[in-house]
Ligand binder design. Structure first.
Ligand code: CTP
Length: 411
C-alpha cells in the first residue's frame, strides 16, 4: 500500500510486550505513521523510550499527559487502524466492558476504525469462560480478535495463549487496514483446511532438478489467513523457504509424487476427520525426468545426456476431486495466459470443467507478473456462479478475498 495510514499500536502488560517493538518496526517499514499507546503495565516490560525511538512519536499511558492535545479523544479519532498486541486478559476485559481508565482503553472507545486484538496470556486465562465471553463480546461489536498461537508460554508450560510472531501480526493487521475487519471474520472456526503451496522439484541427478518459479507466498498467505479466521490448518509445502505461518502445521515435501502422497493422505479420513476444504495452490510439475542419475551428470563424459526423457506426474487435483470425502470442497488454482485461441477466463473455465473442482482461483501470469511478488490479483470461478474478481492487493489481502468467496460454499 502506498498511502500513509495512522496506526495506533496498543500494548498491554504481558511478557510478550517485547514483540510489539517488532510489530511497530514492520508497520513503519510499510510506510505507516504509528502511535504507540502502552498501558502502564506494559512499561514494566518495555520502556517508553524504545517505542518513542522506533515510532518517532511521543508515548504516554495516561489521560493526564498532554492535556491540551486531548489525547484520549484525538488519538482514537485520527486512527485508521488500532492493533492491540499483546492484549492481556485484563485488557480484553476492560475493552469488553467499555472502561476508559487509561489512555489505551479511552482510545478504544473513541476509535471508529477497525480494531485488531492479538491476545497473549496463559492457557488457563485464555480458556476461562470470562475471557471467552469478553472475546465473543468484542467480536460481536465488529473487532477482530486473533486466535492465540499454540506453543511455549513464559515458563515451562505450553498451550494456546502464545502471541503470534510479529511478521504474522503485521501482515494480518495490514489486511484489516486494506480490506476491513470482515477480512478476518472468525468464519472458519471449527473447520479443517488442507492447503498445498510452493513448487515441486523433480530431480535429474544429485545436484540438479527441474523446478518452477512458484515462491509459495500465495499458499502461505491462504494458510495464515485461514488460521486467523479460526481454521485448523495443515500446509503441505513444496520447497518453500519461509517460517511456518502462525497456528499452521507444515508438512515439507520435495517432488510431485511426495506432494501427491501427502495430500491424498491428509485429504482422507486417515488422520481423523477429513478436511472441510482442500486447496491446491502448489505449482506441481506435470513431468519428471524418466530416470534420476545416481551421480552428477558431467559434460564431456559418457553420462552427458543429449536429451532428458520425461514422464508424466500424477494430476493431484484430479485425484483429490475423485477421492474427495463427502461434502469436501476442492479448490484448484490456475496460472493462465491468454493466447490467439482464447482469453485467460475462457481457458480457465475450460480448466475448471476439465478438473472437476468446485472452485478455481485464476491468476493471469502473462509476462510473469505474479511469481515471487508481494502483490497479486485473482479471479475466483465456480462451476455454477459468476466470476468474482478479488481486488489487487497483498497476497494476504488476496487470500482473505479468496476465503470470503469460498466460505459461503462450505457445507
Ligand atoms: N495440478 C495438480 N497436479 C499436476 C498439475 C497441476 O494437482 N500434476 C493442480 C495445480 O495445483 C492447480 C491446478 O492443478 O491447482 C491447475 O494447475 P495448472 O498447472 O494450471 O494445470 P495443468 O493441469 O498443468 O493444466 P495445463 O498444463 O493444461 O495448463
Amino acid at each position: 500500500m502506498s498511502t500513509v495510514s495512522s496506526i495506533v499500536l496498543g500494548v498491554s502488560g504481558g511478557v510478550a510486550a517485547y514483540k510489539a517493538a517488532f510489530v511497530l518496526r514492520a508497520f513503519t517499514e510499510a510506510g505507516h505513521d504509528v502511535r504507540v499507546v502502552p498501558t502502564p503495565g506494559a512499561l514494566h516490560f518495555v520502556g517508553a523510550a524504545t517505542f518513542e525511538a522506533l515510532s518517532g512519536n511521543p508515548v504516554t499511558t495516561d489521560v493526564w499527559s498532554d492535556v491540551p492535545e486531548v489525547a484520549h479523544v484525538r488519538i482514537g479519532q485520527a486512527a485508521d487502524l488500532v492493533v492491540v498486541a499483546p492484549a492481556t486478559a485484563d485488557l480484553l476485559a476492560r475493552a469488553a466492558m467499555g472502561r476508559a481508565d487509561d489512555l489505551l482503553t479511552a482510545t478504544l472507545l473513541t476509535a471508529s476504525c477497525p480494531v485488531v486484538f492479538v491476545p497473549a496470556m496463559h492457557t488457563e486465562m485464555w480458556l476461562h469462560p470470562a475471557t471467552q465471553e469478553n472475546v465473543a463480546t468484542l467480536r460481536r461489536r465488529g473487532a477482530v480478535v486473533l486466535p492465540p498461537a499454540v506453543g511455549r508460554l513464559t515458563g515451562p508450560d505450553s498451550g494456546p495463549g502464545r502471541l503470534p510472531e510479529p511478521a504474522d501480526i503485521a501482515a494480518l493487521s495490514l489486511v484489516v487496514l486494506s480490506s476491513g475487519a470482515a477480512a478476518l471474520a472468525p468464519d472458519l472456526a471449527g473447520r479443517r483446511v488442507l492447503i498445498s503451496a510452493g513448487g515441486t522439484r523433480e530431480p535429474l541427478d544429485p545436484v540438479r532438478y527441474l523446478g518452477n518459479r512458484s515462491s509459495g507466498k500465495q499458499g502461505w498467505a491462504l494458510a495464515r489467513v485461514a488460521a486467523a479466521r479460526g481454521a485448523d490448518v495443515t500446509l503441505v509445502a513444496a520447497n518453500v523457504d519461509a517460517p511456518a505461518p502462525f497456528g499452521v502445521r507444515v508438512l515439507p515435501v520435495g517432488t510431485a509424487e511426495e506432494l501427491r502422497d501427502a495430500m491424498v493422505a491428509e485429504a482422507g479420513t486417515g488422520g481423523g476427520v477429513a478436511p472441510d476444504v482442500v486447496v491446491m495452490a502448489a505449482a506441481v510439475a506435470d513431468f519428471r525426468p524418466e530416470s534420476v542419475a545416481a551421480s552428477k551428470l558431467k559434460k564431456g563424459s559418457t553420462s552427458e545426456p543429449s536429451s532428458v526423457p520425461l514422464v508424466r506426474n500424477p494430476d493431484v487435483l484430479a485425484e483429490l476431486v475423485t477421492k474427495r470425502a463427502p461434502g469436501q470442497l476442492v479448490v484448484g488454482f490456475a496460472a493462465e495466459t491468454g493466447d490467439e485461441d482464447a482469453d485467460v477466463l475462457t481457458h480457465a473455465r475450460a480448466k475448471l470443467a476439465r478438473k472437476g473442482c468446485d472452485v478455481l482461483v485464476v491468476n493471469d501470469v502473462s509476462g510473469g507478473q505474479v511469481f515471487g511478488r508481494a502483490e497479486n490479483t485473482v479471479v475466483v470461478l465456480t462451476a455454477d456462479g459468476p466470476a468474482t474478481e478479488v481486488p489487487h492487493g497483498s497476497k494476504d489481502a488476496v487470500a482473505a478475498g479468496i476465503w470470503t468467496s469460498v466460505v459461503p460454499r462450505l457445507p
